[in-house]
Ligand binder design. Sequence first.
Ligand SMILES: [Zn+2]
Length: 120
Amino acid sequence: MKCPCGSERDYADCCGVFHQGANAQTPEQLMRSRYSAFAMGNSQYLLATWHERTRPALKLDDNPEWVKLEILAAGQQGDQGHVHFRAFYRVQGELGMLAEHSTFVREDGVWFYLSGDIQS
Ligand SMILES: [Zn+2]
């Protein structure tokens, strides 16, 4: 199965590695694996990679169908990381798009999602 993150690689060799417990090496890897987790309804992984300071009570009951991820920019400075992305989803046949600047932080070698600025 192709990875939901759009890398054109097999899921098992892409985001599946991180869903199985490996630590993402870059903010972009973490972003991609979190997108794939959304696409697959893997709330356990989403919570595990969400910084405890900002972690919500996550319910994926109304999770839309995620259809595509575009990474527009990604980078890191030391233990701070950022990813600018667009994610496309479908709700009741309607295509929607979410654009976000996400912030990541690395603690003890592990990247966490900290927060996101959603743009309209
Ligand atoms: Zn992937």
